[in-house]
Design a protein around this ligand. Structure first.
Ligand code: HEM
Length: 419
């Protein structure tokens, strides 16, 4: 039994949040601050596991080798066949040795130049989408930044990276949105059925796509082609189910978080005009701005781990088989890790946020995600410096994947304010 943060052992107090409470979802940060003042780790009876709220405790949860992502099938198993297949075979849901094998393959495929190949393309697409946003503002007075820029950019990038036909983007997005709802607590049966159906449809779609690629023998310059080549040489390296699960994971991971980095990030900048102006005056701050926006309002709020042996985190014992979660948004506002954490400072350095995770599951797509978010911000600063909110943004009701589903903006386009 190890106490990795070295605090005395004590029972954790009950926390004060309900993940379905919309007042909490609208602004969870004051609640996190109150929790942090009480203790680093809290028992959460509604979730049925402990939650870590300080930076040190969250970092420990993500890095401790006796805490892993141990997949347990959704039940009843016969109702979640496709959902379970996709997750059981995903690198994100596995620990060593399977995790290392799958991660090496996916990382090798990434490093075969795919990110470099995409870099100029992402810049061009970000500029083109911002142009569309400007046109919509010019004709209609305002436009939804989520619908025109924040959502299309990551979906275009991830489908280009994978080699998925552009015409299929919108249906894949619907499937992805249904599947990730399962990551929230207390999902109702209708949404659970939708998630399983989406997992089954996504799996069938990919098996068909893989069959077509093999039949016509046209390997492309994309990640799916690289992964097919590995499977076809040695199924022990990457089975067909693992191939499908890897593609679905890359799609969902590549889309669901990135859309909210741009959405939450632009909202934060609109509410902190001084920081928006700093970015316009000095576009060289774009890279540190992306890190700060992820810290300030993390698009992914909660990651669970299961103890494979008893562990103590900040004095809180987690028995073997018990669970604990890292609350990344709470870690990002910890005053022991960040000076004036509630202040948005786009030049914050250093910025050791945990928004991309830590330890062996550290985000594989972070370099690509950073390029996307940076290019979106730069294109907005350069082409729409007078950007401002044109109404109330609408928050999505989910807690774990934190984001907006509507962000109305306006700007003066062509030297006149259009409203
Ligand atoms: C800004 C956007 C993104 C954020 C905030 C983000 C965040 C994260 C986090 C927190 C984890 C760790 C999960 C855990 O520890 O349990 C993770 C893992 C992962 N992410 Fe991302 N991600 C982003 C974009 C992407 C993109 C664009 C891709 C792929 C194209 C991607 C692929 C992955 C993969 C494959 C993993 C699993 C790694 C493993 O299990 O070893 N992510 N991401």
């Amino acid at each position: 039994m190890s106490d990795i943060v070295g605090k005395p052992l004590r029972s954790a107090p009950e926390p004060a949040f309900d993940p379905a409470d919309q007042n909490f979802v609208a602004d969870p940060y004051p609640v996190f601050a109150a929790m942090r003042r009480q203790a680093a780790v809290h028992w959460h009876s509604q979730l049925g596991y402990a939650v870590a709220v300080t930076h040190a405790a969250c970092s420990a949860v993500l890095r401790h080798r006796s805490l892993g992502r141990i997949w347990t099938d959704a039940r009843p198993e016969e109702q979640f066949t496709a959902f379970n297949l996709l997750h059981r075979n995903s690198l994100l849901e596995n620990e060593p040795p399977a995790h290392g094998r799958l991660r090496r393959l996916a990382a090798a495929a990434f490093s075969r130049g795919h990110v470099d190949r995409l870099r100029p393309w992402v810049t061009r697409r970000a500029q083109a989408l911002v142009d569309q946003l400007a046109e919509r503002i010019a004709t209609e007075g305002s436009a939804d930044l989520l619908a025109i820029l924040a959502a299309p950019l990551p979906i275009e990038v991830i489908t280009e990276l994978l080699g998925i036909p552009p015409a299929d983007r919108s249906v894949l997005r619907l499937w992805s949105d249904s599947i990730v709802k399962m990551y929230e607590s207390d999902l109702d049966p209708a949404h659970q059925r939708d998630a399983e159906q989406a997992a089954a449809d996504f799996t069938a779609y990919l098996r068909d796509l893989l069959a077509q690629r093999r039949k016509f023998g046209q390997p492309g310059n994309d990640l799916i082609s690289d992964l097919i080549a590995i499977t076809d040489v040695d199924k022990a390296q990457l089975s067909e189910d693992e191939l499908v699960a890897t593609v679905v994971l890359l799609f969902m991971a590549g889309f669901e978080a990135s859309v909210n980095v741009v959405g939450n990030g632009v909202l934060a900048l609109m509410r902190h005009r001084d920081q928006w102006q700093r970015l316009i005056d000095d576009p060289g701050l774009a890279a540190s701005a992306v890190e700060e926006l992820i810290r300030y309002d993390s698009p992914l709020q909660l990651f669970e781990r299961t103890a494979i042996a008893e562990v103590i985190i900040a004095g809180h014992p987690v028995p073997a088989g018990g669970k604990i979660a890292a609350l990344l948004g709470a870690a990002g506002r910890d005053p022991h890790a960040f000076f004036q954490p509630d202040r948005l400072d786009i030049s914050r350095t250093p910025n050791p946020h945990l928004g991309f995770g830590a330890g062996i599951h550290y985000c594989l797509g972070a370099p690509l995600a950073r390029i996307e978010a940076r290019d979106a911000l730069l294109a907005l600063c350069q082409h729409l410096p007078t950007l401002e909110l044109a109404g109330q943004p609408r928050q999505r009701p989910e807690f774990v994947i934190r984001g907006l589903d509507h962000l109305p903006v306006t700007a003066s386009v062509g030297h006149r304010v259009v409203r």
